[in-house]
Ligand binder design. Structure first.
Ligand code: AMP
Length: 289
């Protein structure tokens, strides 16, 4: 695996790959890698792409400076994992390489409701920072396919909208959420859970799976939401939201016949660690890319 810190070096290598007829599959990450990240690399490889990963803890998407400071950083561990997963190039730029002083690269698209609900409500500015870094990285890497996890469902929905609005012909591939055996979605933030909170955290997945059963049984979503919030409280977590939404518009869905593609999304604090998760409750048509 090649490791690049400079854009020019990465781009020279990417040009060679293209000249040799290879397609590029790109997975942007913030490091502290786990099996969820590696699944993106493996999916890219299986699709015949040359897998390229970036590790960049993007300061502009952290609304909380303390969260940024405490975000886990473990480059040696990450490099070793990527080697085993078949990653061919790792891009690890510093902040000045991505945001050269004096240049304003901010993406200022108005995503309307997509950035206002759920995560947008609790993390002001987060999605503008995320869209900015994803656009910047895509302009650098110019991949054929972009691999992202369903784990961050709202993020993926916004990136899909950004690609469409900017007319970028990059295929977005949504990869399923990889979970621990007890259902907890893998996340770099899980490393910061206390043993007590690690034991409580699977309540997110429990609440989501119970919500799916209730939804398919025709129970109104307002009731399902109340039950889910109670499940999270009872487990010792502090939920911020539990929403049942249309998977494209992120508008609330009132009952099971109201939309063909329905997703339940949750965010909750486990001690001082904020966790998110989601589950598709119903999907009756092929997802748009
Ligand atoms: P992050 O490093 O948390 O910014 O995540 C980088 C990419 O990995 C994003 O596309 C995430 O959605 C994806 N990802 C993170 N956790 C998981 C997981 N448990 N399963 C699948 N994909 C994941």
């Amino acid at each position: 695996m090649r490791i690049f810190e400079k854009i020019a070096d990465l781009r020279a290598w990417l040009a060679q790959q293209r000249e040799a007829g290879h397609s590029i599959g790109f997975a942007p990450t913030m490091g502290a890698l786990h099996e969820g990240h590696l699944s993106l690399v493996r999916t890219a490889e299986a699709a015949g792409d040359v897998p390229v990963v970036s590790i960049f803890v993007n300061p502009t998407q952290f609304n909380d400076p303390e969260d940024l400071r405490r975000y886990p950083r473990m480059p040696e561990h990450d490099i070793a994992l990527l080697q085993t997963a078949g990653c061919q190039a790792l891009f690890m730029p510093d902040v000045e390489e991505i945001y050269p002083p004096g240049q304003d690269l901010t993406v200022r698209l108005d995503f309307g409701r997509l950035t206002e609900v759920m995560e947008g409500q609790f993390r002001p500015g987060h999605f503008q920072g995320m869209a900015t870094v994803v656009k910047r990285l895509l302009d650098i890497v110019e991949p054929q396919r972009l691999y992202m996890g369903q784990k961050d469902f709202q993020q993926l929905t916004i990136v899909r909208e950004m690609l469409r609005r900017l007319g970028m012909s990059i295929e977005l591939v949504m990869c399923p959420t990889v979970r621990e055996p007890d259902g907890l979605a893998m996340s770099s933030r899980n490393l910061r859970l206390t043993p007590e909170m690690r034991a409580a955290a699977p309540a997110l997945f429990r609440a989501l799976t119970a919500a799916r059963e209730a939804f398919l049984a025709g129970i109104p979503t307002a009731d399902i939401q109340q039950t889910a919030l109670q499940t999270l409280h009872n487990a010792g977590l502090r939920p911020e939201y539990f929403e049942i939404v249309d998977g494209y518009t992120l508008l609330p869905v009132a009952h099971s016949e109201a939309s063909p593609f329905v997703v339940a999304c949750v965010a909750a604090w486990a001690g001082d660690v904020r966790l998110i998760d989601n589950l598709v409750l119903k999907e009756e048509r092929q997802q748009q890319q």
